[in-house]
Design a protein around this ligand. Structure first.
Ligand SMILES: [Cu+2]
Length: 335
């Protein structure tokens, strides 16, 4: 389908079909001056019923069964073994961080995202014109393009903007951008264990945040890919790309879109073996390793190639990789 004259090499077995990773040696392209959303520095303190109010949901923590040993799950991703993990109480955002919230952070701090500094981000080819030069296809996943001057304000590159997407999750943000936002907000990224506990919503060893059925009573409960990946998206769930951060009913903890919509950065470093010997008390990932854990799956996940839109499924990327299907939510210690 596409000619690939230049490819970005990717390590195997890292779920990179879901979301490509930056490799170093980027061209030092200056990012274009761009229009911002209206400055909204007090966005965090407005109407608490607003979509963008940072509604942190307090969670009790305690003991839960983490991981999954289902035959259909990805053992090679380190989804198993199922093990008992105990967490201190903590609080987590009910919703992923929206474009409006991220704009308030940028207005207040002047933060320049990794995509802006490096001059590019990864964009799903289905959102690009048919004649988009295929010179920047990603080797292991040719439906991804590295697009110059794609960044959080221009998720599909120059000429695209956030109009109508103010309440969608911010994307094209790296792990480092997510860290910077959380620190500014007085928060932190959740650990992987906290994320999974939150996603499960109080249910025990269920596949999705609401149970085991993908579409209970025929209802779509999250934003993933329907049709034939990657070239025919039937959009049965209503969203070809991102959905608003509060689309679909929340889980039992009142948390929206823990699976589907966008992958979410967590604090932890990636390993597929560390969890076999990890301490059961508040595990925080291994001390070494470059890649960071992503959880939840995205609007591009389809069972035909990536059944990772489940509560236990895992993926990773490098901490400087901005992608059109990766965002984040924040957490903090209780009290
Ligand atoms: Cu996926």
């Amino acid at each position: 389908m596409e000619q690939q004259s230049k490819t970005v090499p990717l390590p195997p077995g890292d779920g990179s079909c879901c979301s490509p990773a930056r490799t170093r040696a980027q061209p030092a392209t200056a990012s274009a001056a761009s229009t911002d959303l209206p400055p909204d520095a007090d966005a965090g303190n407005r109407d608490p019923t607003s979509r963008d109010a940072p509604s942190l949901v307090p969670l009790a923590g305690g003991s839960f069964l983490m991981g999954c040993d289902d035959p259909g799950a990805y053992a090679e991703d380190g989804e198993g073994p199922v093990r008992e993990v105990r967490l201190q109480p903590f609080a987590i955002d009910a919703r992923a961080v929206s474009n409006r919230r991220f704009a308030a952070f940028v207005a207040a701090t002047g933060h320049r995202s990794d995509a802006e500094v490096d001059g590019s981000g990864f964009v799903f080819a289905g959102f690009l014109p048919d004649d988009f030069p295929a010179t920047r296809a990603v080797a292991a996943a040719p439906w991804w393009r590295e697009v110059e001057r794609a960044d959080w304000r221009h998720p599909e590159g120059p000429g695209t903007d956030l109009t109508g997407r103010e309440d969608h999750p911010v994307v094209q943000v790296s792990w480092r951008d997510a860290q910077a936002f959380c620190a500014w907000a007085g928060l932190r990224l959740p650990s992987e264990a906290e994320w999974e506990y939150a996603a499960r919503g109080g249910l025990v060893q269920q596949r999705f945040p609401w149970g085991n059925q993908l579409t209970p009573e025929g209802q779509h409960r999250m934003n993933v890919f329907q049709g034939r990946f990657p070239d025919r998206n039937t959009v049965k769930d209503g969203y070809p790309g991102t959905a608003p951060v509060d689309a679909f009913p929340p889980n039992g903890f009142g948390l929206f879109n823990m699976t589907g919509n966008v992958w979410e950065w967590t604090a932890d470093r990636w390993s597929t073996t560390w969890q076999r010997t990890a301490p059961p008390e508040d595990p925080r990932g291994p001390d070494e390793g470059d890649r960071r854990v992503l959880r939840g799956g995205s609007y591009l996940c389809h069972a035909s190639y990536c059944w990772r839109y489940r509560t236990s499924a895992r993926m990773s990327s490098t901490p400087d990789s901005p992608t059109g299907n990766v965002g984040f939510r924040c957490a903090r210690d209780a009290g």
